[in-house]
Ligand binder design. Structure first.
Ligand code: ADP
Ligand code: GN1
Ligand code: MG
Length: 352
């Protein structure tokens, strides 16, 4: 079997490789930094359990990054293999390479309100930049990714199968989830009924998928473009806020920290609104606070399903990792329900 250094050498890199080391905190791909005598590269083993059509996945990235580059927007730059392919395939594994984006900071949590505002503004810009990309050139690489009602169905199928006998440990969460099932349809129904628009969205705007410029503190690049697909911009608004509220505590045992942070909500929304005020319709604005609930509910379900299934989707570091992640999102979800009226009030104050 080839080692990582041999795999890195399959790509059209500059210089001689001096080191290849694991990197980052992503839950899906296996990421490495390959250092050469000239520069650094990101080398990733693509998770082919999650992404079944690697050609479609890489083609989406080419479409999105070309579109951004035509607008002079800084973005990820992939490196082809020496044979000119977008990825290197060996055995059951698929690898790809990007230029390492230097002089940047990747945060797991942000509590500086200036940065939170910039994040909202950055995602508003990202939605604007992609608004004129033809949606038919983007393939649905994970069908039903944010179809929350379908995630419900899958969860309860896993509960019935109970493959590793973990269901008994999560009865209370399951009862709560079951009681809130009607909310799972809030965004999908609005989309199907045409009350909100269907456009190109990122779908995974977690904080560590954004790189900030280390000198200016501006957003340098939106990365992890694997899930760019069509959907509502509310998937991104809801998930970015969810991720900001969770911050570094994604699998913390101290759930007292897991609260809605109104200052974060307000600053993110102000930044996002500054870019999207002429784009969002009334129904989208009304649904902003609910989108945070739906995306948090969805992630409770996803972590819970993976825990019940025996940890087959997300990378885990210990047996209860998915359960701890689920409990974190669950604590946040309960606080979101308590504060929904206040979040609607803040939304109406900003988005007018
Ligand atoms: P995953 O799908 O597993 O989350 P990502 O593409 O998000 O994989 O990469 C994981 C981490 O690697 C990111 O959170 C970021 O810290 C780092 N990273 C990814 N691409 C780059 C890049 N081009 N330059 C610098 N850092 C990067
Ligand atoms: C995964 O790949 P990463 O770590 O950026 C997941 C997101 C979840 C997130 C939760 C393709 O994001 O949907 O919200 O974990 N990505 C995929 O931390 O499933
Ligand atoms: Mg990522």
């Amino acid at each position: 079997m080839e080692n990582m250094e041999q795999i890195a050498k399959k790509f059209a890199i500059k210089g001689e490789i001096t080191d290849v080391a694991p990197y980052g905190n992503g839950h899906i791909n296996k990421t490495f930094v390959a250092t050469t005598t000239e520069r650094k590269y990101i080398l990733q083993r693509i998770n082919s359990n999650v992404f079944k059509d690697i050609d479609a996945l890489m083609n989406n990235i080419v479409q999105v990054t070309n579109h951004l580059m035509e607008k002079n927007v800084f973005t990820l730059k992939y490196k082809p293999t020496l044979q000119g392919s977008l990825y290197y395939h060996t055995g059951d594994d698929y690898y790809r390479m990007f230029k390492y984006i230097d002089n940047t900071i990747c945060y797991e949590g942000i509590d500086n309100m200036e940065l939170v505002y910039k994040l909202g503004e950055g995602f508003g810009q990202f939605h604007n930049y992609l608004s004129d990309l033809d949606p038919t050139c983007i393939k649905d690489v994970i069908p039903d990714f944010h179809n929350t009602p379908r995630r419900y169905k899958k969860l309860f199928e896993s509960v019935i199968r109970n493959p590793v006998n973990r269901v008994a440990n999560v009865k209370d969460i399951l009862i709560y989830i079951n009681e809130h099932e009607k909310d799972a349809c809030l965004l999908t129904d609005a989309l199907h009924e045409g009350r909100i628009r269907n456009t190109i969205t990122h779908n995974d705007p977690k904080i560590n998928n954004i790189l900030f410029d280390a000198t200016t503190n501006d957003i340098k690049a939106v990365i992890d473009l694997d899930t760019v697909m069509t959907g509502t911009v509310l998937y991104d608004v809801g998930d970015a806020l969810r991720s900001l509220f969770t911050g570094k505590n994604e699998s913390s045992k101290d759930l007292s920290q897991l609260k809605v942070n109104f200052e974060i909500y307000e600053n993110y929304l102000k930044g996002y609104w500054s870019e999207m005020k002429n784009v969002l319709n009334k129904e989208e604005i009304r649904l902003i606070p609910y989108s945070v609930i739906v995306l948090t509910l969805e992630l409770v379900i996803r972590f819970l399903t993976d825990y019940i299934d025996g940890d087959v989707y997300f990378a885990t570091k210990y047996p209860e990792h998915n359960l701890d992640r689920c409990k974190t999102q669950f604590a946040l979800l309960q606080d979101l329900y308590k504060n929904i009226d206040k979040l609607s009030e803040i939304t109406n104050k900003i988005c007018k």
